[in-house]
Every structure is written in C-alpha cells, then in structure tokens.
Design a protein around this ligand. Structure first.
Ligand SMILES: [Zn+2]
Ligand SMILES: [Zn+2]
Length: 348
C-alpha cells in the first residue's frame, strides 16, 4: 500500500472517528491485489493534486487513475445562492478500496463521434476532488444533455460564488468555471500563472483546462465539446468558457462504462430532496469533525441548518445530527434529527 496515498485518508478517517481497519473490513470482499501506486500517476497528475491533499488522493495502475475524494473543497461553499434546493454539502467518505473510487482512464482515447454528457452526474473531476456537472439540471424525466438557459443553475441563482452547490444527495459539485479552485491554485503557487494550469480530468480521461491555454495564450477554435488538440504535446483537452455552456456538454473521448460515477453520494441520499426555495445564503462554516452551519434569510427571517458528525450503529453508514432553525417550506427536516446515509454511493 502506498504510504503517500494512505496518510491523508487515514488522517481523515481518524478525524471522523472511523478506523481504517473498520473501513477496510467493511469493504474487505472488494479488496483485490493491486499494483496501483501514487508514483504510477506520473509527475503531471501528482503536481495537479498536490495542493489538495486534505481532500483528494490519487493512485494509478497501467490503465486507471483511481481518485479518492471527500468531494468537498477546502474552500468557501454555498454563499450567495438565491435559489436553494435546501441541500447542504456533506463530505463523502471513501475507503481506500479501489473499487469504490473514481476511475479515470490513464490513457484517454479520442473518438471521432461524440457522446453527450447527461446532466445527472459528474462529467469531470477537478484537481481538488470536487466533481463537475454540466450546465444543465436534470429534467423531471431524467437525463438532459443539451444546454438550455432555463435549466442553467448559474442563471437561476442556484450556484454559489464558486459556481458550485449541493445536489440532491447533499453532494457538492461545480456547474461552471470553478473560480474559487483557480483562486486557491493562484494562492498556493503565489503565481497568477496557476490559472492556466490543469484544473481536472474529464471522465473520458482527457484533461480540462481553464479560460486560457497552459502557456497563457487565448483559447481559440474549440470544437462542439469545448475541446481541441493544439499539437503542442498536451494532446486533446477541454476548456472552461465564461459563456454558456461553461464546460463540455459532450465527450470527444471514449467513456469507459467502468467509470460510471456510482460512487457519488447522489446515489446514496440520506435526506429527502428539499423543495426549491428563494432564500439568500449568507454564510457557511464547514467542519469535517465539528459542527457545520449554513445560514440564510428567508422572507426576511434568519434561519440555519447545522450538522455534526455522529456515531453510526451501522458500519456502512455515515451519520450526522442535524439541527434546523426556522426551516422554509419544503425543508428536508425540522428540529433536531439524526440523518444517516450509505458510506459509498453503491447499493442505496
Ligand atoms: Zn447541481
Ligand atoms: Zn487548449
């Protein structure tokens, strides 16, 4: 087992009162002999995640990059949202079992035909471990793969100042250019050039860059999936754009069936989906081990949702004690409630 990879995860599990032994035991049947190590991910991938070791770890074998992530940025969240679905960001605890992790192809394969992204799950994973969804909310009927302004969460006030929010699984994710991630990179490197750096990987394995090229040049001639190959050694890659749809609505690479993001907490919702409501989220303090509090005003009245990790009788579940103060109509809870959800997104 690779030491570099294990340390942050062990630290986190210890912080939330879960022993690694327990985590491993729970998932023991899935453990297979593996040759994956962090070193096999290569210098570029390791450099991309090195500022986010509190939230993300990577390992690679000859075929895959395995990503273990809390799916929570070590950053501001939720502030500024005016159209709120009453969900909150809960950290997603992954064990260090490869089968429960994100699987991104190490060698992306370009396809002349494109595949639409679905709008109901991640299209890419950012270097801080936060998933990226496309700019269209899922419709009532399920998948939605084409951009529609009426279903763009940025235009409907549903995104925070970082272009993220929490989905129906209390899963935090981005829907547009991750400005706060870029800011974090600039701060960490003390260089504005960091905004040009690799920001994540599409689920087809191709890299995702920001609003400029890696060398700082302006981005030109993007294809319909917001990608291109400049023949400069980087190969085919995608970009974010400031104009809609902000991120790829389609893949130009082969998306392996194996990396369907079933390990997203959206598949393991612990609270009922909240009703949409017009609020202003005014503040959020987040703590992995202590109490997190999201504050808002609704109809001129201040309210809040607080939650604190709690012990779980079921080793497969993660629990929080929730406290709701002045919840708006459609709130997923009220008063003081214990809420638990499956530790990994599968089988819920
Ligand atoms: Zn969303
Ligand atoms: Zn480019």
């Amino acid at each position: 087992m690779n030491r570099k990879f294990v340390v942050p995860l062990v630290t986190f599990l210890a912080l939330v009162g879960i022993s690694l032994a327990a985590a491993l035991q729970t998932n023991a049947p899935a453990v297979a002999a593996t040759t994956a190590t962090a070193a096999k991910c290569g210098a570029v991938r390791l450099a991309a995640v090195k500022y986010f070791t509190k939230t993300v770890s990577i390992m690679c074998d000859s075929k895959w990059m395995y990503v273990s992530s809390l799916e929570i940025p070590n950053d501001e969240m939720m502030v500024g949202i005016t159209g709120w679905n009453q969900q909150v960001p809960l950290p997603f605890v992954m064990s260090d079992v490869l089968s429960t992790m994100w699987k991104i192809p190490l060698k992306a394969v370009y396809s002349k035909t494109t595949t639409a992204t679905t709008g109901v799950g991640a299209t890419a994973l950012m270097v801080n471990g936060v998933p990226l969804f496309n700019a269209t909310k899922p419709s009532k009927d399920g998948n939605q793969s084409s951009y529609q302004a009426s279903a763009d969460p940025l235009l409907t006030g549903e995104l925070d100042r970082c272009d993220g929010h929490s989905g129906r699984g209390d899963d935090y994710h981005y829907h547009a250019y991750p400005a706060c991630l870029v800011k974090a990179l600039v701060t960490a490197t003390k260089s504005s050039k960091a905004k040009n750096s690799l920001l994540g990987w599409s689920l087809d394995g191709f890299p995702v860059y920001g609003l400029s090229e890696a060398n700082g040049a302006a981005v030109t001639k993007l294809d319909a999936c917001l990608g291109h190959d400049l023949k400069n050694g980087i190969g085919y890659h995608y970009h974010f754009t400031t104009a809609a749809p902000y991120s790829p609505m389609c893949y130009h690479g082969v998306v392996p069936i194996e990396n369907n993001p079933e390990h997203q907490p959206a598949a393991a919702a612990g609270r009922p989906a909240g009703g949409p409501t017009k609020v202003l989220i005014t503040g959020m303090t987040f703590s992995l081990t202590g109490t997190s509090t999201l504050k808002y005003t609704y109809n001129g009245v201040e309210g809040s949702v607080s939650y604190t990790p709690a012990a779980s009788a079921d080793p497969n579940k993660q629990c929080w004690q929730f406290e709701y103060l002045n919840p708006p109509p459609g709130s997923p809870g009220s008063g003081s409630q214990l809420t638990c959800r499956a530790k990994n997104g599968k089988g819920s």
